[in-house]
Write a protein that binds this ligand. Structure first.
Ligand code: GLU
Length: 293
């Protein structure tokens, strides 16, 4: 990196290699490219492969291929999350030192059963902004002795953030600077709406939320440009940034590309996959046109 580059705004496109890229990813990559150009900034690519149960190396290869075909240019080396597990563990240790973490033993099935029983009894279960049930308070409320006993028994567990303690610790209202397609301006962040978010799982050493804030800081990202589906997740990212003493980037959440049925695109949607479109003879210029560039 040249000395002059240190002052430049830094953008990043951060796909997860758990499927093929589709038009929604192309839109995000191209908006990042367009904004990096407009702000005379740098564009980084990050491979978000922390969840090795879902990510596959062949998809990483396809990501490079699709993006190069689209005409995206990014700096080398590309950061792969799987190479930085120690950094996420260090961030987790910082939060642990603040007594903000606890081991969470309930399985997904147990939570589901609990929610179903409550709803069957006419008591709606609180849900997060993505519609997933808020984690029950059982594990948060365990005594240290009980916790130690369960851990000694080798029970599989995740690590969760004690949201109430975290909010009490920061004590200040959280906000972020937004320039995107929904609301623009200073947005009030409501991380509490997510409950006790998961920060590490027995089969994945760090969660999306934790890795993304550690990475954005490590890579000096100044502008986070991504889809509106991650708008509300920004509240959790801001909370983690404050707790970990990390800088605050600007955020730009852009419109999503609707699927044929009007819903959000998923990675299994072959017809909008970039590789499938390329194989069908669609050109990168036509992709840009389809996306309104
Ligand atoms: N890896 C995430 C995804 O593919 C994007 C994360 C982000 O841009 O913050 O949806």
């Amino acid at each position: 990196m040249h000395a002059a580059d240190r002052q430049k705004p830094v953008f990043r496109f951060a796909p997860s290699p758990n499927g093929f890229l589709h038009l929604g990813h192309a839109l995000s990559a191209l908006i990042n490219q367009e904004m990096a150009g407009r702000f005379e900034g740098r564009l980084l690519l990050r491979i978000e492969d922390i969840d090795q149960t879902r990510c596959r190396p062949e998809f990483v290869h396809e990501i490079f291929r699709d993006l190069a075909w689209l005409g995206l240019e990014w700096e080398e080396p590309v950061r792969h999350q799987s190479n930085h597990i120690g950094e996420y563990q260090a961030a987790l240790a910082k939060l642990e030192a603040l007594s903000l973490l606890y081991p969470a033993f309930l399985t997904r099935g147990e939570v589901k059963a609990r929610v179903a029983a409550s709803e069957a009894a006419g008591r709606p279960w609180p849900r997060d902004p993505d519609g997933a049930p808020i984690y029950p308070p059982d594990d948060r409320n365990r005594s240290p002795a009980e916790r130690a006993q369960l851990l000694a028994g080798g029970l599989r567990h995740a690590i969760r953030l004690d949201m109430r303690k975290a909010l009490a610790l920061i004590g200040e209202p959280l906000t972020w600077r937004e320039t995107g397609d929904g609301a623009a301006g200073i947005i009030t962040a409501d991380p509490g709406a997510w409950g006790d978010v998961i920060l590490s799982r027995s089969d994945a050493p760090s969660s999306y939320h934790l890795s993304v804030v550690v990475d954005d800081a490590a890579q000096g990202v100044t502008h986070v440009v991504r889809g509106l589906d991650l708008f509300h997740a920004t509240a959790v990212h801001r909370l983690l940034q404050v707790l970990l003493g990390l800088p605050e980037p600007d955020y730009h959440h852009h419109r999503l590309v609707p699927g044929p049925d009007g819903r959000k695109l998923s990675k299994s949607e072959g017809s909008t996959g970039l590789a499938a479109l390329r194989a069908a003879g669609v050109s990168p210029a036509e992709i840009r046109e389809m996306l309104g560039f």
